[in-house]
Write a protein that binds this ligand. Structure first.
Ligand code: BEZ
Length: 236
């Protein structure tokens, strides 16, 4: 009889599915080991492939920047531990790319030969590949809740400025109880809860001069870049 594959797709707002795994930095218990910090769990299709190499070098180079925003990184592919170790050593010893060299990947890379974790997280998408994980990105907050999910295909490397922007935007939205408009970057105006009516919007604008209402359902206010970054970045 044909065995039925259970495919689960975690969703935004749900608890991150739990798993234990072996990584290049020892065993981990996810997400419990990361409670209290943000964590980005991301998958790549395969070790010793060019797009993945460019991504790992970029992520490793930005690791401290993510750490300053209280965010840890965890990678995963369906390769084994010795493949991971050999690939990361090759990156460090041999690859010079776009000014990055001698790059040491210090964050854990999960071995998942059985695809157990990849399947649990919907990283195996058979229309794209049934033997490799797609480029998935899960943002998990300090309480272990999934807050954003991004998927990219095998042939497209991720934009790491965008990955960082999403992290800062999620944290700023939480800290200041606001929402972020299209293309928001720190320093741009943010969206405040709706005014309810034109009259209320007008009243609000008159009483608070940092507020702009485009209509009753669309009001923004100023939020300075320093205010955002001071609230998010850890002071060392
Ligand atoms: C890459 O990372 O270069 C890659 C991996 C799997 C399929 C295609 C490209």
């Amino acid at each position: 009889m044909e065995e039925k594959q259970v495919v689960s797709m975690p969703r935004i707002g749900e608890a991150a599915p739990e798993f234990k795994a072996v990584t290049t930095q020892g065993d981990i218990n996810f997400p419990d080991d990361y409670k209290g910090s943000w964590v980005i769990l991301f998958s790549h299709p395969a070790d010793f492939t060019p797009v993945c190499t460019s991504e790992f070098m970029t992520f490793a180079t930005m690791e401290d920047k993510f750490a300053e925003a209280n965010c840890k990184l965890v990678g995963l592919s369906v390769d084994g531990l010795y493949s991971h170790i050999a690939w990361l050593r090759t990156i460090k010893d041999k690859i010079e790319y776009k000014g990055m060299k001698d790059v040491e990947v210090k964050f854990p890379l999960i071995e998942d030969i059985t695809m157990e974790v990849a399947k649990k997280y919907g990283m195996i998408q058979p229309g794209e590949s049934s033997t490799k994980a797609v480029r998935a990105v899960f943002y998990v907050d300090p309480k272990g809740v999934i807050r954003t999910i991004l998927y990219y295909p095998l042939s497209l490397g991720r934009n790491f400025d965008e990955l960082y922007r999403v992290l800062i935007a999620l944290q700023a939205a939480d800290k200041f109880s606001v929402a972020m408009p299209a293309d928001w970057r720190p320093g741009d105006d943010v969206i405040v809860p709706t005014a309810g009516s034109c009259g209320v919007a007008k009243e609000r604008m008159e009483s608070k001069n940092d507020l702009t209402c485009y209509d009753w359902f669309f009001c923004t206010r100023k939020l300075g870049k320093d205010q955002v970054m001071d609230a998010i970045l850890k002071k060392s």
